[in-house]
Write a protein that binds this ligand. Structure first.
Ligand SMILES: Cc1cc2nc3c(=O)[nH]c(=O)nc-3n(C[C@H](O)[C@H](O)[C@H](O)COP(=O)(O)O)c2cc1C
Length: 331
């Protein structure tokens, strides 16, 4: 058992979280993560309406009696979803933990905190972590350049980002991006984090509600199999490299505006692929940690393996490197 400020704060067994994942963070995965003793987050915007989210929360509760949370991702949008109504659905459902991600979470953080909800804000830069801490969140998740999804525009990998954030953050902090095994968990703890947040690795589990062909692709792919799209729009997104991501990059290389790639990257297209099993139908989110994914275990097997491997690294491999104290010569 690894006990950290994260496990204490959120009342979970293991210092592992499953971050919000569009189309993937549903009751099936989140209840399995909760049952395995880690902290899973349902993805609010995967549900078409706030009412549907309330139903998904109820469905998750029927599948587990362990704690779980909800992710609210705030992205700039021409037609923003009704964020305040999603927030209300979360509060009224009695959820006790929320992962916020994206832009300007203040109004959401204030409301969640006023309703006794613990907030973990996920961000990709030390300066954003510092302002979230000032904003009153309970914990930070710091997402390095390795991560699937939106790594920001600074391109700072975890090896520097995590300790740089740990130097400035006093509240509990998760390391995120590129984690998939116990070596990573032990490294995150060594770098100053209180646990890890994973996305891609949880997609390659039996319970993840995506077609098996995506899971097989993640096993087959190595660490080079991602593309950063949308860089020219200053909204970088790391996705699995496929025919569509390559097309998007080719269009961006010509300096074309977002409108010219919109038809390729729209959410509905990505979702259709995840259901049909065609990994070249749309863009799909995955990180470089694919290079460390070699099997498709159950969530419980994965979590237990990561924790016991981390314990082994800490108590045997690392402890064994400390030279024995010099023998007292006069004993
Ligand atoms: C399929 C997928 C969808 C994601 N969707 C979201 C999302 O909607 N909101 C969010 O905050 N993060 C999202 N993420 C990011 C994860 O929550 C997490 O921060 C990231 O995956 C960590 O990097 P890793 O994949 O290397 O573990 C997504 C990740 C994946 C793999």
């Amino acid at each position: 058992m690894l006990k950290t400020r994260f496990t204490e704060l959120f009342g979970v067994e293991h210092p592992i979280a499953q971050g919000g994942m569009q189309w993937v963070g549903t009751a099936e995965l989140v209840s399995a993560v909760a049952d395995a003793g880690a902290l899973g987050f349902l993805t609010a915007l995967t549900q078409p309406t706030p009412e549907a989210l309330a139903k998904e929360i109820a469905r998750t509760r029927e599948m587990t009696d362990k704690p779980f949370g909800v992710n609210l991702t705030i992205l700039p949008s021409i037609n923003p979803p009704p964020y305040a109504e999603y927030r209300r659905a979360i509060i009224e459902s009695g959820i006790k933990a929320v992962e916020t991600a994206g832009y300007k979470p203040q109004e959401h953080v204030n409301d969640f905190k006023a309703n006794g909800i613990k907030v973990i804000h996920k961000c990709t830069a030390v300066r954003h972590a510092v302002s979230a801490q000032r904003m009153g969140v309970d914990a930070i998740s710091i997402d390095g350049f390795e991560c699937a999804g939106h790594p920001g525009e600074d391109d700072i990998p975890g090896l520097v980002l995590i300790p740089a954030a740990a130097d400035k953050i006093t509240i509990p902090m998760l390391a995120s991006g590129g984690f998939g095994d116990g070596r990573g968990l032990a490294a995150a703890l060594a770098l100053g984090a209180d646990g890890i947040n994973m996305g891609t690795r949880f997609c390659a589990t039996r319970e993840a509600p995506i077609h098996d062909s995506f899971k097989a692709a993640m096993v087959a792919n190595d660490e080079r199999a991602t593309d950063i799209i949308f860089r020219t729009y200053r909204n970088s997104a790391r996705v699995a490299r496929n025919a569509i991501s390559q097309q998007v990059l080719a269009i961006e290389a010509l300096g074309k505006p977002f409108e010219e790639v919109a038809h390729l990257v729209k959410g509905a297209r990505g979702r259709e692929g995840l259901i049909s099993g065609d990994t070249d139908h749309g863009v799909w989110t995955a990180g470089i940690v694919q290079g460390l994914i070699h099997d498709i275990p159950t969530v419980r097997e994965l979590v237990e393996r990561i924790v016991s491997e981390a314990e082994d690294v800490i108590s045997r491999r690392l402890a064994g490197m400390i030279a024995p104290a010099a023998l007292a010569v006069d004993a």
